[in-house]
Design a protein around this ligand. Structure first.
Ligand code: HEM
Length: 114
C-alpha cells in the first residue's frame, strides 16, 4: 500500500493498494500510525476549519448546497476570533461514532405529507 498526504490542511490522504494487499489490516495499521479516528470520517471530524466556516457563515455544505434548517444565521456574524474559538471548542467534544445517513432532498413533498 502506498499513501500520500494531500495538501490543504493536511488532514486528507490518498491510499493506493497493491494487488494482494490485506486491505483491512493495512487500513487499521495506517489509521493507528496517522492517528486517524472514527471522528475523521463522520460528523465535523471530516470537515476542515474552512468547510466549517462556510457552514457557519454561509449555510452551505462542502458541495456548496444550501443547508436548510441549520441555524447558521446565529453564527454568521461572529468575529474571526470568536469563530476560531467556536471551532476549537467543538473539536474538544469527544466524537459520537454515529453514522448519519445522507439527506434525501425531494423536489416535491412525499405523497401523503401534509
Ligand atoms: C454546534 C452545533 C452545530 C454544528 C457544529 C452543526 C454542523 C452542521 C454541519 C457541518 C452540517 C453540514 C452537513 C453536510 O455536510 O451536509 C449541518 C447540517 C445541518 N444542520 Fe447543523 N450544526 C449544528 C447545530 C444545528 C442545529 C441546532 C440544528 C437544528 C435546529 C441543525 C440542523 C441542521 C440540518 C437540518 C442540517 C442538514 C441540512 C441539509 O442537509 O439541507 N444544526 N450542521
Amino acid at each position: 500500500m502506498k499513501s500520500k498526504r494531500l495538501g490543504g490542511d493536511g488532514t486528507g490522504h490518498v491510499l493506493v493498494f497493491d494487488k494482494g494487499d490485506e486491505v483491512v489490516e493495512q487500513l487499521l495499521a495506517f489509521a493507528k500510525q496517522e492517528q486517524v479516528t472514527a471522528a475523521s470520517f463522520s460528523g465535523i471530524g471530516a470537515f476542515s476549519d474552512e468547510d466549517l466556516k462556510r457552514v457557519f457563515r454561509e449555510g452551505r455544505n462542502r458541495a456548496g448546497r444550501p443547508l436548510w434548517v441549520m441555524p447558521w444565521s446565529v453564527t454568521q456574524n461572529l468575529t474571526d476570533e470568536d469563530m476560531d474559538s467556536l471551532i476549537a471548542a467543538l473539536r474538544e467534544i469527544p466524537p459520537n461514532p454515529n453514522l448519519v445517513p445522507a439527506p434525501e432532498l425531494r423536489e416535491q413533498p412525499p405523497s401523503g405529507a401534509q
